[in-house]
Design a protein around this ligand. Structure first.
Ligand code: ADP
Ligand code: MG
Length: 322
């Protein structure tokens, strides 16, 4: 069995969202305990991860050091965080596997993902990145061509496009490593968004949604199961209300209906549900949304008791031979 596991922000930062190096190492250590349990079960695991807080930190360095060191573009920030988080995850995974007496090599792929130059997202940037700034400092950056938005009491925030991921350009390298038995970390932060210009590729100032990138990667590496690991054990109906209800095992068309009813917030649970539905609609066996503590149970017994499990309409039992 092959599992694509997408790690959310909480798996890569401290419980309070802090992203000091020690917070990130500690969070990776916790996450890799669950991953090592899966690997020890004999599952092929491909990992991807968010990078919001890490890119946010790099952007602050860019701003503060601009007079001394030239700022680097957003695609470089993406590449740097893919490499750094890959390093942290591989170190933590090696240790967790060694404690279980399991030997399995790991590798990280700096991954570029193709987006359309005319994606509507570029007209109307929707993804907030970096830190909040006072209006006068934001105005300076707007003069330099950036889009900033007034976010009320907290100040102004930079907005970039969140284009659709079309194709993972480094899929062949990723797949070769997976087939050779490596636990592979790939497409971090949703992939480094690039556009095609003739025969070459150019990085763009955009951020691909990590969960939608994960769904595409899952199909690309022919994963049986997509697992979106976050900080809640289930997607929830009427979230936060007194009559809130966990979603257990659900068909993809029912999950689409529930999404249409507005149960899943657009900046958080919404893209996870969309990613899970896409994966199953495109032929995946099942998709799971759950927390790190539940992933092993959800993958080995996808009956909906652990996690939200989205299954195909025509094979709701998730029979691998159907
Ligand atoms: P990650 O950083 O792990 O990718 P997010 O923070 O973006 O995750 O999304 C997970 C969060 O989504 C949960 O902590 C929860 O607060 C929020 N959320 C919004 N709507 C729902 C819902 N319907 N069911 C469960 N969680 C929801
Ligand atoms: Mg998120």
């Amino acid at each position: 069995m092959r599992v694509l596991l997408a790690l959310g922000g909480n798996a890569m930062t401290g419980p309070d969202g802090r992203a000091r190096p020690e917070d990130q190492v500690a969070a990776a250590k916790v996450a890799m305990e669950s991953v090592a349990d899966l690997v020890a079960e004999g599952v092929d695991v491909v990992l991807t991860h968010g990078n919001g807080p890490q890119v946010g930190n790099l952007l602050v360095k860019n701003e503060l050091a601009a007079a001394v060191v030239p700022p680097v573009p957003l695609d470089w920030c993406g590449a740097q965080t893919q490499a750094t988080l890959g390093l942290i995850l591989m170190n933590a995974l090696d240790d967790a596997l060694a404690r279980r007496g399991v030997r399995r090599p790991s590798a990280t792929v700096v991954t570029r993902t193709l987006v359309d130059a005319d994606d509507p997202g570029f007209e109307r940037p929707t993804k907030p990145i970096g830190r909040f700034l006072p209006a006068d400092e934001a105005a300076l950056l707007v003069e330099h061509g950036e889009t900033w938005e007034d976010r009320g009491a907290k100040g102004w925030r930079r907005m970039v496009a969140s284009p659709e991921p079309r194709e993972i350009l480094d899929a062949a390298a990723t797949l070769a490593l997976v087939d050779a038995g490596f636990v592979v970390v790939a497409n971090g932060g949703g992939g480094i968004p690039v556009v095609r210009e003739g025969e070459s590729h150019r990085g763009v100032e955009a951020v691909i949604d990590k969960d939608l990138g994960a769904a595409l990667l899952a199909r690309t590496v022919a994963a049986d199961v997509l697992v979106v690991a976050t900080d809640v054990p289930h997607a929830v109906l009427r979230y936060g209300e007194p009559d809130a209800e966990d979603v257990g095992r659900v068909t993809v068309s029912r999950m689409r209906e529930l999404a249409g009813e507005g149960h899943f917030a657009s900046g958080s649970m919404g893209p996870k549900v969309d990613a899970a539905c896409r994966f199953v609609e495109q032929g995946g066996r099942c998709a799971v949304i759950t927390d790190l503590d539940s992933i092993v149970a959800a993958v080995t017994e996808p009956d909906g008791r652990s996690g939200t499990v989205v299954v195909p309409d025509n094979n709701p039992e998730g029979d691998p031979d159907a």
